[in-house]
Ligand binder design. Structure first.
Ligand code: GLV
Length: 333
């Protein structure tokens, strides 16, 4: 009779790279989701109740109800740097470890933030739609005249790793003046590496030519940009959100764009996504992308592998690489 312990049972909640599924199958008894179905909470619970661990994504809400229904669960490894899909307090109370995927996506996401800023300020999407619609008949002096990036003032709200990546691109690549606001001020060496000046949120809104949002979503950051904040911005300003839906009040933003209160917006994330506020779909001066800021092939693979590493380390060595919750006794980082 075999004396070896059965393999831990792992749920992979969404479709993921086949090589990552295969790798997990060498360590675990895996239930994958090859059809990439987005399960309801009840469907998720059904599949998770007999599992020891889960490979999750930002679309899976792990809260007290899920945890109570899944008493064997010990770890949820999120394939995302953001983890607002985790109820961290409930996970801490249940002794369930949560991990995320920081660092591996920083540069790719900063690249995208800059791309969305360029597309927004220089009206790239809007002019492309015009051309495709067969409306381009002649040159005109102000055709899709936007605002400049080089030499402009770049404002960043949320100066973590991705915010600093965007600041460096702006300061060193495009000669921008960089100002930022964050819950805590960076140390002098980091400020100098980004050539960034700390300002109040009000100054940031009033001074920035281009404002990029890169702060985590929380109750505190819900609607951090609403009608009052938009009213403080310059009428020539652009706003870019690559952080999370809910940080911007999308209805207020659509109204501000329609009224010309700000010039344009680039949005990769939305309140209640994948639904998009209908008013945003009808204003021309907004660039809309479906939450793809980290989506280069190498980076998405690196994120998936880091989530898998967390599961392998946890069950093999009682360690995790990138925890976002408290660690129960016997588990280290
Ligand atoms: C993407 O939004 C992430 O949090 O990784």
């Amino acid at each position: 009779m075999s004396t070896s312990n059965p393999k831990p049972r792992i749920l992979i909640s969404r479709g993921v790279f086949p090589e990552v599924v295969q790798r997990l199958e060498t360590y675990f008894e895996v239930e994958p989701n090859p059809t990439d179905t987005v399960w309801t909470k009840a469907e998720l619970i059904d599949r998770l109740r007999d599992k020891d661990g889960a490979f999750t994504t930002g679309t899976d809400r792990i809260d007290a109800e899920v945890l109570a229904a899944c008493p064997k669960l010990k770890i949820c490894a999120n394939m995302a740097v953001g983890f607002n899909n985790f109820d961290v307090a409930a996970m801490d109370a249940a002794g369930v470890v949560g991990t995320n995927t920081p660092d591996v996506l920083t540069e790719t996401t900063a690249d995208f933030g800059f791309a969305l800023l360029m597309a927004t300020a220089r009206r790239i999407a809007e002019s492309e739609h015009y051309l495709r619609a067969g409306r381009w008949e002649r040159w005109s002096f102000d055709m899709f005249a936007g605002s400049d990036i080089h030499g402009a003032t770049l404002g960043i709200l949320g100066m973590g790793r991705i915010g600093q990546g965007i600041a460096k691109r702006g300061a060193h690549g495009f000669g921008m003046k960089v100002i930022y606001h964050n819950r805590s001020r960076l140390d002098a060496a980091s400020e100098s590496a980004c050539k960034a000046t700390y300002v109040s949120k009000q100054e940031l809104l009033q001074i920035a030519d281009h404002l990029v949002l890169v702060l985590p979503y929380s109750a505190e950051s819900h609607h951090a940009i609403g009608a009052a904040e938009l009213a403080l911005m310059k009428p020539t300003a652009t706003l870019v959100n690559i952080a999370r839906g809910g940080i911007v009040d999308d209805a207020a933003l659509a109204a501000a764009l329609r009224q010309g209160q700000i010039a344009a917006a680039g949005l990769d994330v939305f309140e209640g996504e994948p639904k998009v506020h209908p008013d945003l779909l009808t204003v021309p001066n907004v660039v809309l992308t479906p939450h793809i800021a980290s989506s280069s092939v190498p980076t998405r693979l690196a994120m998936a592998q880091l989530a898998a590493d967390n599961l392998v380390e946890f069950f093999g060595k009682h360690k995790v690489l990138t925890p976002v919750t408290a660690l129960p006794s016997g588990v280290s980082r």
